[in-house]
Design a protein around this ligand. Sequence first.
Ligand code: ZN
Length: 200
Amino acid sequence: MKTRRETGNSTPLLPPSSPPRISGAIFFALPRQVRGARLRGAMATSPEDLMRRTLALAVDNVRARRGGPFAALVVRGGEVIAEGTNRVTTTNDPTAHAEVVAVREACRRLGSFELAGCEVFASCEPCPMCLGALYWARIDRLWFAAGREAAAAAGFDDAHIYAEVPRPPEERVLATRRLLVEEASAPFTAWAELPGRVEY
Ligand SMILES: [Zn+2]
């Protein structure tokens, strides 16, 4: 979970497409390396520069009280298509993790439900939800900085979700029961019979 220690805030929420704003005082409190990455902005093209920009975004997100200490970029051909930061507590959305926010914004901007040809830079190893989202988005490559152990040490432990995935549904902590199995093929039949369906 990447929200446990977050608290509410009074900072007005920026629309997802806005570039991150940062006050001068906060900017100059950032490490020099991080400031450099921010100044290079869209010119940042090396993986290291892009990850520094991602880490700077995450720091900014925390200090601006917009959410948890996580950020992500969607990049195509060295161009930053979208930025995302954790907005769980400020949008009351448990799925508003940085990677999901970035993927949604990139898809909106590209007018596509796939991000083939894109790379994602994440400040931290994605949780199972975000990892799944990145597979569904069919990105080409994932880069991340902090490992899940560092996230756990900071209070954002998703190990229990990773542990749940390989378990049989009935053995998971999340109470799960099947119902109407014999009637459950109706949606698939409808899909198979739909002319001109958009495959994904
Ligand atoms: Zn996540």
